[in-house]
Design a protein around this ligand. Structure first.
Ligand SMILES: CC(C)(COP(=O)(O)OP(=O)(O)OC[C@H]1O[C@@H](n2cnc3c(N)ncnc32)[C@H](O)[C@@H]1OP(=O)(O)O)[C@@H](O)C(=O)NCCC(=O)NCCS
Length: 301
């Protein structure tokens, strides 16, 4: 499709495989599949969920939110559902919003989802982006429980000055779709990869340090880092910056590529189900994406 090679993709990104959802499988369908597994693992019924936050830049519709579609499909009659557009940090921002609302007692059980059908939004004629992105969903139940642990600290930040480094120029109210307009792929993901790369390494490192400082912990206290899976070189640079043993960094970019908001919850779930996270472990999640926006969450499992 484009002038590239397996060798270039693997050495420059670490990606070997990506998953592309079929035409009839929408963001809400992937989110429902993930959510059912999350509710099952949490031993909780749909009736108990009173807050539903969905991070996505690939909604089913422009209106209503994908959260409302998921609410209907999942039968969550007691929830308020809404989407957040925070690109790759969507899940971390969802968790950062849900945790304090639960802590103060305003809500009792949240379902936080990160889901993307990026294949619907990728220009397969652009080699700068089309080799990177995949489709996925991940979900977590966040609830108020007795005992030690929980969400220790969170951090969210954005800088809209850099929004044109990673964006879709056409399709909103500034440049609406029009039959007279040539899109030239500008309604799909456009990215200046090398500039984004530099900011990602710096700000993911800072975000991670920020949540560690707030919790009064050191990098050596982290049992597992769940980083956004955008590029293996970004992940390696982050581990080096934090001086953390690479063994403590969960990596699945080779199997899924960059799945934006789904990346962190997908990796978290896989690390957990693989037994790599134990009760009492400090787990650091950190992500970066279009906005530009970045964030981190530190959780005691
Ligand atoms: C996109 C990314 C993999 C590109 O890697 P890079 O080493 O920075 O490469 P550059 O963009 O500097 O491009 C280097 C060369 O490779 C080329 N190239 C880009 N994509 C290519 C591909 N798929 N196959 C072959 N060559 C490619 C470029 O055209 C450029 O060629 P030139 O020097 O002749 O102009 C990398 O920059 C990246 O991962 N960026 C961050 C992405 C990210 O974190 N996004 C935020 C979260 S969504």
């Amino acid at each position: 499709m484009v002038d590239t090679s397996d060798e270039w993709i693997v050495t420059r990104t670490g990606i070997r495989e990506r998953h592309i959802a079929s035409n009839g499988c929408h963001s809400s369908d992937m989110a429902v599949a993930a959510s059912k597994q999350a509710l099952e693992m949490a031993g909780c019924s749909g009736d108990e969920i009173d807050l539903l936050i969905v991070g996505t830049v690939t909604p089913d519709y422009r209106l209503p939110s994908t959260a409302c579609v998921i609410q209907e499909k999942m039968h969550l009659p007691n929830a308020v559902g809404f989407d957040i557009v925070a690109a790759c940090t969507g899940f971390i921002n969802g968790l950062s919003i849900a945790a304090p609302l639960i802590e103060v007692g305003r809500y009792s059980k949240a379902l936080v989802i990160g889901v993307e059908k990026l294949s619907s939004f990728t220009n397969y004629a652009d080699r700068n982006t089309c080799v990177l992105f995949g489709d996925a969903a991940g979900a977590a139940v966040v609830s108020r429980e007795e005992g030690e642990g929980g969400v220790l600290s969170t951090f969210m930040k954005s800088d809209g000055n850099m929004r044109e480094l990673l964006w879709a120029e056409v399709g909103g109210t500034v440049n609406p779709y029009s039959p007279d307009f040539s899109f030239d792929g500008r309604d799909k993901i456009l990215m200046n990869g090398s500039d984004v790369f530099k900011v990602a390494v710096k700000e993911m490192g800072r975000a991670a340090q920020n949540v560690l400082d707030e919790a009064g912990l050191k990098p050596s206290d982290i049992a597992m880092i769940i980083p956004h899976q955008a590029n293996i070189r970004i992940i390696d640079a982050l581990a080096k910056r934090l001086k953390v043993d690479p063994e403590k960094v969960y990596i699945n970019i080779d199997k899924y590529g960059n799945t934006s908001a789904a990346s962190v919850p997908l990796a978290l779930d896989q690390a957990n189900r693989a037994g790599k996270i134990k009760p009492g472990d400090n787990v650091l999640m950190v992500a970066f994406g279009g906005g530009l926006i970045w964030g981190a969450a530190l959780v005691r499992w």
